[in-house]
Design a protein around this ligand. Structure first.
Ligand code: NAD
Ligand code: DAU
Length: 333
């Protein structure tokens, strides 16, 4: 197991959950590299031991900084990204810079230093499925991304594959489905609805809400990534999921009833252009090859715990809420 791990994007939602997970479950030393965009939050790393976790404020596109940090670590786990589809539809440029050039910059550094690299990606690179399609995404599903976000992530995956083949970089890739849990930015579906209810606004459902997402708890994503880092085969891609398919309307109704509200107390708003219909992950390879299993299999319980986290941590999300909703209002969402 790597002793010193560089985690890019460690002040974001999934990256910070991974850093907390590493501190709980391993004895490794973590360096976080994060640009602290609107999505990075220093408070997400509060309470972590200073002798185990250090934080560097910087950009994954900064080649000199990245080279120095990679040189001091045994492994890199690359979470940093522009991550929100809606933002990518209004201003794609930062997605190309961070997601593509940032990945290129890290790949060149791990190539020079011969450092183990794990690339965090998304199931959205595979496009979407029909609601009644009996198949799910596997590691051999052809890439067919729909949005500027997912196409920039697909591009980054292709760079990783090319650097493995052309330069023998020791890399693995994982493509995970939709995460939920603590410390997710309020722009995303589940925290947006929970915090709307907490501030007295009505939740907002895009279109008819029949789109399906395959939900996994962020801690299960972390345990899968750690397993791949420890035992994954170099050059391989692993899909991460937990059989959590739900449509958006059902998820919203669950949030409303769990929070003691009538299940129809929400607004339908304008749909996302090009909105992917359904994602579904077949994670057989991760199970059979690496023996991984998810721990959070009760979605209702996971949603209740997530609601409780947002209730108990108003100071964490309140500063972002007003600006986020102002941006959505401009877009009619
Ligand atoms: P997030 O938006 O919550 O966090 C992204 C973090 O990256 C932030 O801390 C931000 O400050 C940092 N960052 C952005 N640009 C940077 C740059 N140029 N240099 C350094 N740091 C930068 O994102 P998230 O939802 O936690 O997603 C993390 C990763 O997981 C992404 O690569 C995303 O594609 C992938 N992913 C997300 C999900 C999901 O459901 N959210 C599912 C599968 C994969
Ligand atoms: O599948 C993995 C992906 O999941 C990650 O790669 C992305 O980084 C992550 O943001 C997420 O993408 P989605 O676009 O699926 O997530 P989002 O939370 O934005 O939306 C989830 C669903 O809810 C989607 O069908 C759109 C819908 N939605 C979203 C918002 C913000 C609404 O109905 N209302 C809303 O207010």
């Amino acid at each position: 197991m790597a002793r010193r791990i560089l985690v890019t994007g460690g002040a974001g939602f999934i990256g910070s959950n991974f850093v907390h997970y590493l501190v709980r479950e391993t004895d490794c030393i973590v360096t976080v590299l994060d640009k602290f965009t609107y999505a990075g939050n220093a408070a997400s790393l509060d309470g972590l031991p200073a002798d185990r976790v250090s934080v560097v404020h910087g950009d994954v596109c900064d080649a000199d900084l990245v080279d120095q940090l990679v040189g001091r670590n045994d492994a890199v786990v690359h979470y940093a990204a522009e991550s929100h589809n809606d933002n990518s539809l209004h201003d794609p440029r930062p997605f190309l810079d961070t997601n593509i050039v940032g990945t290129y910059t890290l790949l060149e550094a791990v190539r020079r230093h011969e450092t183990r690299y794990h690339h965090i990606s998304t199931d959205e690179v595979y496009g979407d499925l029909e609601l009644d399609d009996p198949t799910r995404f596997t590691e051999t599903t052809p890439y067919a991304p729909s949005s500027p976000y997912s196409s920039s992530k697909a591009s980054s995956d292709m760079l990783v594959r090319a650097w493995v083949r052309s330069f023998d970089v020791r890399a693995t890739i994982s493509n995970c489905s939709n995460n939920y849990g603590p410390r997710q930015h309020v722009e995303k579906f589940i925290p947006r609805q929970i915090t709307n209810i907490l501030v007295g606004d009505r939740p907002k459902l895009y279109g008819a809400g029949l789109n399906v997402r395959d939900w996994i708890h962020a801690d299960d994503h972390s345990s899968a990534v750690l397993r791949i880092l420890e035992a994954g085969r170099i050059g391989e891609t692993y899909l991460i999921g937990a059989d959590g398919e739900e449509n958006n309307k059902e998820v919203l109704e669950l949030i409303l009833t769990t929070m003691g509200k009538p299940s129809d107390e929400y607004d339908h708003v304008v749909d996302r252009p090009g909105h992917d219909l359904r994602y579904a992950i077949d994670w057989t390879k991760l199970r059979t090859e690496l023996g991984w299993q998810p721990s959070f299999q009760d979605f209702e319980h996971g949603i209740s715990a997530t609601i409780e986290w947002y209730r108990a941590n108003v100071a964490w999300w309140e500063p972002q809420k007003r600006a986020t909703e102002a941006r959505y209002r401009e877009q009619g969402q």
